[in-house]
Design a protein around this ligand. Structure first.
Ligand SMILES: [Mg+2]
Length: 287
């Protein structure tokens, strides 16, 4: 029987040829401790499925109290900087965390805000109007499918189907693609898939990987003279862009079932992310 390779619950088969197997992080904790020692850490975290467990209704995805405490301690540490990079709208992710002193990035990097930083990716003229039209069309066309809903994130639209019955998912996807196909082939929008979501996004060469490299360069500039190491933890397809961008230059961790990923290590769930962050704090406070 062949092994199954997939990312978390999304079960997207990747089969990246020649990829190294991903190690369970706690099996390699000694090496990781050695790597982190005496470094200034730039800790970048995804939100859903990484810090907060995935739930059926995305509006209910809350940060566990213990994880919040850990993030507060990390944010206060002089030995690290924290950034949360989410597919959610910036206003949503900021409200959900409500922590000071950290960098927030929403819409997979299209929006960034934090101490001394504020950035919104320039969007092609007419795009906002276009996605409002797509939103209207989609809402009308998916109304017959139970559990499907559209989230308007300003710069992007998300079709959620976690609550849709399995037998209706293919039909829903077909409706989605039929609705956006004209704007897609005329290069006015981009489509990205995630865990139980499909997204309409602007045509810009900007993804989580690029935003992380940009933030890391800024951090290295601000902390010139110290040895800055980027640590990235994420659970979804969009996080693979970051794992690739940080190959050989950072520590990358995938959250979910082990499978082919460009990340170096994996953790099984959001609780283990908390356990790892606790180890990181102990290291920062000790050395
Ligand atoms: Mg996620």
């Amino acid at each position: 029987m062949g092994r199954k390779h997939y990312f978390g619950v999304g079960r997207v088969k990747q089969g990246l040829e020649g990829e190294e197997p991903v190690h369970y992080l706690f099996d390699k904790i000694k090496e990781i401790r050695a790597l982190l020692k005496n470094k200034y850490l730039f800790i970048l975290l995804d939100y859903d499925g990484t810090l907060a467990p995935i739930v059926n209704s995305p509006e209910k995805a809350a940060l566990p109290g213990k994880t919040r405490e850990l993030l507060v301690r990390l944010a206060e540490s002089l030995r690290c900087k924290v950034a949360v990079i989410s597919g959610r709208a910036l206003s949503d992710i900021k409200a959900r965390l409500g922590l000071k002193g950290i960098i927030y990035s929403g819409n997979h990097g299209l929006e960034i805000e934090g101490p001394k930083i504020r950035f919104i990716t320039p969007i092609p003229a007419g795009y906002q109007k276009l996605i409002q039209r797509i939103k209207k069309d989609l809402i009308q066309r998916i109304s017959s499918i139970n559990g499907a809903f559209i989230e308007d994130k300003g710069l992007s639209l998300t079709l959620h189907f976690r609550r849709v019955k399995k037998k209706d998912v293919d039909l829903l996807k077909t409706i989605f693609h039929e609705t956006v196909i004209f704007d897609l082939v005329s290069n006015k929008i981009k489509i990205k898939a995630g865990k139980k979501v499909l997204e309409v996004r602007p045509i810009v060469e900007w993804d989580k990987g690029k935003v992380v490299l940009w933030l890391l360069a800024r951090q290295k500039f601000a902390k010139a003279g110290s040895n800055v190491l980027a640590v990235y933890i994420g659970d979804d397809l969009t996080d693979e862009d970051v794992f690739k961008a940080l190959e050989n230059i950072g520590l990358t961790v995938f959250v979910g079932r082990p499978g082919y990923s460009r990340a170096q290590y994996y953790l099984k769930n959001t609780a283990e992310v908390g356990d790892f962050l606790r180890i990181v704090i102990d290291l920062l406070e000790k050395d």
